[in-house]
Design a protein around this ligand. Structure first.
Ligand code: WTA
Length: 652
């Protein structure tokens, strides 16, 4: 950071391709003209209370109208004060009064190939029954319920059942260990855990109940456990504590009045890993969150009643909460849910499912896209993907090469791609193309949605001009933003609001180009500082991935006597590559694409990269390896521990 404070991060990515939407897509889209977008965006900026207040009235069903749409400034804005509503009513009951009553709400496929479809009426019935089950177990409005489950319909049912009685759910991704469950149960003081015997993953049973058993010795707040029988794996059931889902459901009443809760009533806690220390319990409340996911689902995915919409995220992550369950159901859409791995029984599983269900909107992550590229075009090419009309990406910056592949091989050059930037904390999509109007550029999440007022600033909070990299902040509150970190409001203020005065900052670096498009460069913690140049790791990675030898790359800095930081590149080669000559090729390739300042000091070939379960590369672990240190970092979110050992073995 020896450079002046006016430029924080230098941007070196050059990308000039542009893809406007087809006139046909534009004509039918929910937001269909630039003027409409400008008008919505300006109105939301100048009069957020009026803008969101009108939408909340017209788009949500209320038990009691709110008296004030917006109160107070960030970081403690309250939305729709005085109003009461129920989220499950908004996702279910209101559709039952329409023709959607018998429309498919959830089309589910298990990894072994078993399927279930729940219409809105059927889903409503299951939700009411399970809400009664929870009440029977002593869960009251305001209590916390932990859900540690595979991707099966019962997970969505349990979420909506919690919402129906005003209980706050805390979903823990099924890959977390017993310790992680215990920590989260304790932090939330959960009363009940809902789990399954096991789930399927690449043909193997992933035991869940056993982990819950193990965690309960250390989480004394939990009184009852409900277990779905999914795979038939043997489990121990402790009398008076553990109950089978099917036993309880058999006896449950199928009507359950919905509890009308305050707009700001806690809907869920979702733990997200902090860079240090214990996970952060991001808290979302009811009305603002619901309005945010309802509108963004419609604007960004252009959701229509005829669509078959598939978001491949696990519900254990925020993307699954907002865009597998709540957003689509609030819109009365049909949402596809899949239990297992994309490469089971073969690499064609996703494409087979798209063909089978005639999926029209497909939303996945760059990490998956890079895996598809590696597995080869022959897999998608075997299937009829002509039902697709829109593609989405989330979770990381998408490298332009991966974007072009997605556009060409999956979208057949006719589907708009929405590269959606958002975070667990933002609740819903913030910066994204609007598929009917935005000319997309590969690698850019383009422009802010209505109600989102971002800026790019220096460490001192000064706005930066076009193409200057800096910190991405939000200058105005929005309804679906997190309200606090559960049980630690001070940490909430420190983490998000102490860095830049009056702004929300959650850690990403970005630049805005001459057209006002945003290019997210990754977490600022990941920025390299090479001889005083602050470079985005993502841009060096994109340069590497644009070489045909490379399937995937992760770049980190390591202490360097002369340059301050050197550049270490972990590279997964495409074929059986990985020779010394290949290293030279790649070093030259990066020099040519970015310049001598970005010349890699080390190229390390590897067969895998450490990733979180949601697919993000854990650069802090790689940094330790590059620096030759034993890692003392929190690894509870690491997908596959063995990868760490493997990377060390790969060291020269
Ligand atoms: C990154 C996932 C670039 C970013 C919804 C953010 C992205 C973090 C994008 C949040 C994108 C997510 N382009 N970067 N389209 N989407 N990110 O909380 O660094 O799991 O801060 O939420 O992912 O990750 P989270």
């Amino acid at each position: 950071m020896s450079k002046s404070a006016s430029i924080s991060i230098e941007s070196v990515l050059q990308e000039d391709r542009k893809f406007p939407p087809s006139p046909a897509f534009a004509t039918n889209a929910h937001i269909s003209s630039e003027e409409q977008y400008q008008q919505l965006w300006n109105r939301a900026k100048d009069d957020p209370a009026g803008f969101w207040g009108e939408l909340a009235q017209s788009e949500l069903e209320w038990s009691q109208p709110f008296t004030s749409a917006m109160q107070g400034k960030m970081p403690d804005t309250k939305w729709f004060v005085g109003g009461k509503l129920n989220l499950s009513v908004n996702c279910l009951d209101r559709h039952l009064k329409t023709w959607r009553k018998n429309k498919a709400a959830i089309i589910w496929e298990g990894e072994p190939g078993d399927t279930r479809t729940l219409t809105y009426q059927q889903l409503y019935r299951e939700v009411c029954k399970f809400a009664n089950v929870l009440k029977g177990l002593g869960v009251a409005t305001g209590d916390r319920v932990t859900l540690y489950m595979p991707m099966i319909p019962e997970l969505a049912i349990a979420m909506l059942a919690c919402a129906r009685i005003g209980a706050t759910h805390s979903i823990i991704f099924g890959g977390f260990s017993a310790d992680a469950i215990a920590d989260r149960n304790n932090d939330a003081q959960s009363k009940v855990v809902v789990t399954a015997d096991a789930g399927w993953r690449r043909g193997k049973e992933i035991a869940l109940k056993a982990n819950v058993d193990d965690s309960l010795a250390r989480s004394p707040s939990v009184q009852k456990v409900v277990v779905v029988r999914r795979t038939g794996l043997d489990v121990t059931m402790q009398p008076d504590r553990d109950y089978w889902w099917h036993d309880l459901m058999e006896r449950a009443d199928s009507e359950c009045p919905a509890v009308a809760v305050d707009s700001e009533h806690p809907l869920y806690i979702l733990y997200t890993s902090g860079s240090t220390g214990k996970p952060k319990g991001v808290l979302h409340t009811t009305a603002g969150y619901l309005l945010g996911v309802t509108m963004t689902s419609r604007w960004v995915f252009d959701l229509k009643d005829e669509d078959t919409y598939w978001c491949t995220a696990d519900i254990g992550w925020v993307t699954g909460h907002s865009y597998v369950v709540y957003g689509p159901l609030a819109n009365g859409a049909t949402t596809v849910m899949y239990e297992g791995a994309p490469n089971w029984p073969d690499y064609g599983r996703f494409w087979e499912m798209i063909e089978k269900y005639k999926v029209s909107i497909f939303y996945t992550a760059p990490t998956a896209i890079r895996a598809f590229i590696k597995w080869g075009d022959e897999w998608p090419n075997k299937h009829d993907l002509s039902s697709l009309r829109l593609l989405g990406s989330v979770g990381e910056p998408i490298n332009p090469e991966a974007w072009m592949w997605y556009h060409r091989v999956i979208g057949k050059e006719k589907c708009p791609i929405v590269d959606t930037w958002w975070q667990t904390e933002t609740g819903g999509i913030m910066i994204s193309p609007l598929p009917g109007i935005t000319a997309t550029k590969p690698g850019s999440c383009t422009r802010p949605l209505p109600g989102v007022v971002p800026d790019i600033v220096t460490e001192k909070g000064e706005s930066l001009g076009p193409n200057q990299g800096g910190l991405l902040v939000m200058k105005q509150s929005w309804p679906s933003m997190l309200r606090t970190l559960y049980g630690d409001h001070q940490r909430y203020l420190d983490v998000y609001f102490s860095k830049i005065d009056g702004c929300y900052f959650a850690g990403d670096g970005a630049r805005r180009d001459q057209d006002g498009y945003y290019w997210v460069m990754g977490r600022v913690d990941d920025v390299l500082n090479v001889s005083g140049h602050r470079l985005s790791t993502m841009e060096v990675e994109s340069a590497l991935v644009s070489n045909p030898l490379v399937a995937e790359a992760a770049v980190v800095g390591f202490p360097h006597e002369i340059k301050g930081e050197g550049i270490c590149c972990f590279v997964i080669p495409k074929a059986e590559g990985g020779s010394d000559a290949d290293k030279e090729t790649l070093i030259n390739h990066v020099r040519k694409h970015i310049g001598a300042l970005a010349t890699p000091d080390q190229i390390r070939f590897t067969t895998a990269l450490p990733k979180t379960r949601s697919g993000k590369i854990m650069r802090r672990l790689l940094r330790d390896i590059a620096a030759g240190k034993e890692s003392s970092q929190d690894t509870t979110t690491l997908e596959d521990y063995s990868i760490l050992a493997k990377l060390r073995d790969d060291e020269e």
